[in-house]
Design a protein around this ligand. Structure first.
Ligand code: ZN
Length: 233
């Protein structure tokens, strides 16, 4: 079994009617529901308002893959919890960071760059697979059209990725490295751009397939504790 924890801030869905209409039970519940279709995946969820944001040492020790969506409370997110997540990634926990989580403390501390990008609302995106032999692209079409998405554009200040799996083209002309993999310590990271909260992106079957593939890709290989002595201290 792959033990997945889905962290979603769960703030926009409670504050804005238009977001609540799209995700009445929150983005985390939508993602949990499609992951639960797969019998080899176990899911739990965590939100900002929970104690330690639902990401206690106990929870992270029992997590193979952390999915992370955040936006409105990135500054208020606990430094201690961000460092705890980093420690677990360095020791092998997989991380799938979605959409605006690029700018989370967790991603900034793991990747070490400013993580800034260009953005504005309301464009059509064509998400092109630029790495069709990559495991995250398995069973995914060459191009996925998202009728409405927030534009994220280059320059995206990330360290050089291990692989770029998807590239986004937006109707205003911008392009973006929309699906990138990184390795930190023993942990694998996948950053995936689609998923602005006002649009029903996580109901798209192809987007769901990519997230499921990513969970399996970043799922850690089993290691001996002695291998991990040098990391995550
Ligand atoms: Zn957004």
């Amino acid at each position: 079994m792959i033990r997945v924890t889905i962290y979603n801030e769960f703030v926009h869905e409670k504050e804005y009617e238009e977001v609540k209409k799209v995700y009445p039970q929150g983005i985390h519940t939508c993602i949990a529901n499609f992951l639960k279709e797969d019998s080899d995946i176990m899911v739990r969820t965590a939100t900002f308002e929970e104690k330690e944001h639902g990401l206690s040492e106990e929870v992270l020790s029992d997590t193979d893959v952390l999915i992370f969506w955040s936006h409105a409370r990135q500054d208020e997110f606990s430094d201690e919890v961000a460092l705890r997540v980093k420690k677990h990634v360095l020791r092998g926990m997989g991380l799938v960071a979605l959409h605006s989580a690029h700018y989370s403390k967790v991603m900034k501390t793991l990747l070490g760059t400013s993580m800034t990008l260009k953005w504005h609302h309301g464009e059509t995106e064509r998400l092109w697979c630029v790495n069709p032999t990559h495991p995250i692209a398995e069973g995914v079409p060459e191009v996925i059209e998202l009728p409405m998405e927030e534009m994220y554009g280059e320059f995206f200040d990330i360290p050089k990725p291990d692989d770029v799996v998807f590239a986004g083209w937006f109707s205003g002309g911008n392009v973006f490295r929309s699906g990138c993999t990184f390795t930190r310590g023993y942990g694998k990271i996948f950053y995936f751009q689609p998923g602005h909260e006002e649009y029903p992106i996580y109901y798209d079957k192809n987007i769901q397939k990519i997230i499921k593939n990513a969970v399996r890709f970043v799922n850690p290989v089993v290691r001996k504790e002695s291998d991990l002595e040098c990391v995550g201290q």
